[in-house]
Design a protein around this ligand. Structure first.
Ligand SMILES: [Zn+2]
Length: 121
């Protein structure tokens, strides 16, 4: 898909092409000295359009599941280390026996240490 920036560049190119053509036709009929302005403006607009399209836009925030999982992993690892203790981030209880897990993996899938029940946090 086109980004807004690429759309602007495309419009500039589309608008400038007829101007370039007009300049070319004028060159044939009335000579280069009279058509120079139209040619120069058309050429400048084409170049600006190409440059605008070629410049990459702002980098998008990470949205892929892999990166999101990695960020979760990083925050899960660094937070307890910074605090000096390793409490579970929130109250989690095993649905089978009610025990709290000593740690919750980034995947959110916890296997109970007491009854081996696997559940998703
Ligand atoms: Zn349990």
């Amino acid at each position: 898909m086109l980004t807004p920036r690429q759309g602007v560049g495309l419009v500039l190119i589309v608008v400038s092409l007829p101007m370039l053509l007009t300049g070319g036709v004028l060159t044939i009929f009335i000579g280069l000295e009279y058509s120079m302005t139209a040619l120069a403006i058309g050429l400048a607009l084409v170049i600006i359009g190409v440059v605008v399209m070629a410049i990459p836009g702002k980098p998008r925030p990470p949205s892929s599941p892999a990166i999101a999982a990695e960020l979760r992993l990083l925050s899960g690892v660094t937070m307890p280390a910074a605090a000096g203790v390793a409490p579970p981030p929130r109250k989690v209880e095993c649905p089978s026996c009610g025990a709290s897990p000593s740690q919750v993996p980034p995947s959110g899938v916890v296997t109970c240490e007491y009854c081996e029940q696997t559940y998703v946090v």
